[in-house]
Design a protein around this ligand. Structure first.
Ligand code: 3PG
Length: 218
């Protein structure tokens, strides 16, 4: 960890968010009490960039708790779908934003809040729309369902200047194939935080999954 960049100071770029580890965990939390021990378990396994999705009523409180109590982590928000979502996440202390798709409004809200955005794309037109607004580090979502490895290889021609974080259907078993592609910087996935481990508070399992993920070659 000591060779990694200092995350405490200043704002981040989307590329820094992607480069920090091979995997960005996609986290769904329904209990605020889980947020801090979970974040600590992931950090202990070498994963610091944490995407807490806005899919539960507790998500913003979880982001707030991690931002306040786990300074070794960088908490971001996922599933941001509107400018209002982005503003709420910024208020909660999120340091980066991930969206399932791209809209001009979400892009503008992230710029206004000085937060890096990884916008989701699944087609060439969506890549062009995000690029038009200055976003060149993109989430490919849903990666497996929308064309997987073959799609990323096809995009490397016309979009050679774009870097991707494929998410959706990525697992410990297939992550390495994605990470081996030159236009992939990291992958996203929910497998680091299994629902049953969360429910049981099995933090050592989470740390072990994070450790394996952080050791993936890329
Ligand atoms: C996401 O929200 O980005 C994906 O749903 C995560 O996909 P996975 O559960 O297949 O990893």
């Amino acid at each position: 960890m000591d060779v990694k960049m200092d995350l405490a100071a200043g704002s981040l770029t989307a590329l820094q968010v992607m480069q920090d580890a091979a995997v960005i965990p996609v986290i769904v939390l329904t209990d605020v009490a889980h947020a801090v021990p979970l974040a600590r378990a992931l950090v202990a396994g070498g994963i610091r960039m944490l995407e807490v999705t806005l899919r539960t009523p507790q998500a913003l409180a979880c982001i707030e708790a991690i931002a306040r109590d786990v300074p070794e982590a960088v908490v971001g928000a996922g599933t941001a779908r509107s400018a209002a979502d982005v503003q709420a996440c910024a208020m909660a202390g999120a340091r980066f934003i991930v969206s399932p798709g791209y809209t001009h409004a979400v892009g503008g809200a992230c710029r206004d809040a000085h937060l890096p955005l990884l916008p989701g794309v699944a087609t060439a037109s969506e890549i062009m729309a995000a690029q038009e607004d200055g976003f060149t580090e993109l989430k490919f979502f849903p990666a497996l369902q929308a064309g997987g490895l073959a799609m990323l290889k096809a995009w490397s021609g016309p979009f050679g200047d774009v870097k991707f974080c494929p998410t959706g259907g990525i697992t410990a078993a297939n992550a390495a194939e994605f990470l081996a592609l030159p236009n992939v910087v990291c992958v996203g996935g929910s497998w680091l935080v299994p629902a049953d481990a969360l429910a049981r508070g099995d933090w050592s399992r989470v740390t072990e999954l994070a450790r394996q993920a952080s050791e993936l070659p890329r």
